[in-house]
Design a protein around this ligand. Structure first.
Ligand SMILES: [Zn+2]
Length: 416
């Protein structure tokens, strides 16, 4: 209930007349209403969501909730979809999980200016920590500068880890005590590689989105048994899970899945998010974690990129990853799934799936493909192999995964 009190005062604060009208307009409040006062949880759940498109429609100067001279920095997410970029101005950085292992300095690929990060870390850790930005174009120079000043921590997107490791000598690697991954999910292979390279480091994964930043605390450290991708909402973020189609709130029972909806509860903030649809799908792990007393979740992918509807089922990136992880002796959990439809002259086109994987040497790709097809579920009652037997899909094939030329995010599901 204490949480609801906070949410209700946020709604009142950000819909007040005379301030920024963004949420007043979104909620279609009449000029006669001085601010929106909600009294019940149900009213909160009936509040319209805010989406990236809603934000893109309004020019940046019309959606700033603090005086302009208090805006510390402006971050723009890339306009890769051909739409104009979305700007998300902050004036505070949300609290992040502080590890007592961070004592001296951090080399980071976070897109926030270092001076702002330094003051944020100082607040959280109670001491001054020096931050060095990793320039992905010059990893060697970035690493050397940071090492010369003394660092004990790395906060990186996972795909930059190997570039950093390559430029740190064995003895210096021993000095790294804390590694935090952000920006992208690190699979078990990446975690194991990181453990090997930096044996003294605690490895933690953080989930966040570029529009908001870090939104979670890790439930546990990553280990050889678990990639550490179970999260709790951090104290200043309120998270809900909703059905992406019906938009109904989903009860937080283990196994329940839906889209993550986020509300920023910290402030002052230049642009507060109230019920922002993240586009990320999550699954509830526990209703109440024994250690932390709160519900926990894992992120299973992008709603529009990691789930492909096929006849009688869905191809899911997280399911492919689960199957690959169960076959660890034969293949890594890195993959790219290529999917296409083939006209067969029958009523509906047949589905063809080619899975690009990193097989260990000596493993036959055709045998691997058969085993994956027999394990890969497209619905609770149907495996891909059973779908092939029923004539729904063409047999699954495997191909070698091409190494990326440049470090970068790999698309896990590709429609051809
Ligand atoms: Zn926990």
């Amino acid at each position: 209930m204490a949480e609801f009190e906070k949410l209700r005062s946020l709604v009142e604060q950000y819909t007040r007349k005379g301030g920024c009208d963004f949420y007043r307009n979104l909620y279609k409040l009449s000029p006669a209403i001085s601010s929106l006062k909600i009294k019940m949880q149900k009213e909160w759940e009936a509040l319209p969501f805010v989406t990236k498109e809603d934000i893109q429609k309004v020019p940046i100067e019309k959606r700033i909730f603090v005086p302009w001279d208090e805006v510390a920095f402006i971050r723009s997410t890339s306009g890769t979809s051909g739409k104009p970029p979305v700007f998300f101005p902050f004036i505070t950085v949300p609290q992040r999980p502080a590890s007592p292992r961070i004592q001296k300095g951090i080399l980071t690929s976070l897109p926030t200016p270092t001076s702002i990060l330094e003051s944020a870390f100082e607040k959280v850790l109670g001491k001054k920590i020096v931050l060095f930005l990793l320039d992905p174009r010059f990893p060697e120079e970035s690493v050397n500068t940071a090492l010369a000043h003394g660092i004990d921590s790395l906060i990186l997107v996972p795909f930059l880890l190997s570039a950093v490791a390559k430029n740190i000598s064995g003895s210096d690697r021993m000095k790294i005590m804390y590694i935090e991954f952000h920006g992208d999910h690190a699979g078990q292979e990446v975690i194991n590689f990181t453990k090997e390279q930096f044996p003294n480091a605690a490895i933690v994964q953080i989930y966040g989105i570029s529009e908001i930043g870090s939104m979670t605390l890790a439930c546990g450290e990553a280990s050889a048994e678990h990639p550490g991708d179970t999260y709790h909402a951090s104290a200043d973020i309120h998270l809900e899970i909703v059905d992406p189609d019906s938009k109904e709130k989903i009860s937080l029972l283990p196994g329940a899945e839906g889209e993550l909806v986020c509300t920023t509860m910290y402030g002052p903030i230049a642009f507060p998010m109230i019920r922002y649809r993240t586009g990320d799908m999550a699954r509830v792990v526990e209703s109440t974690c024994k250690e932390h007393g709160e519900w926990s979740f894992t992120v299973i992918g992008r709603k529009d990129m990691d789930f492909i509807k096929i006849p009688k089922g869905v191809l899911r990136a997280d399911e492919v990853e689960r199957v690959l992880r169960s076959m660890r002796g034969k293949v890594s959990d890195e993959f790219e799934l290529h999917y296409s439809e083939h006209a067969t002259g029958e009523e509906s086109p047949k589905i063809q799936v080619t899975l690009h994987v990193e097989a260990h040497s000596g493993v036959e790709l055709s045998e691997l493909a058969d085993e994956i097809a027999s394990k890969l579920r497209v619905s609770p009652s149907l495996t891909y192999a059973q779908g092939v037997e029923r004539g729904l899909y063409l047999p699954l094939t495997c191909a070698p995964l091409q190494k990326l030329d440049m470090p970068g995010k790999r698309k896990r599901m590709v429609r051809e």
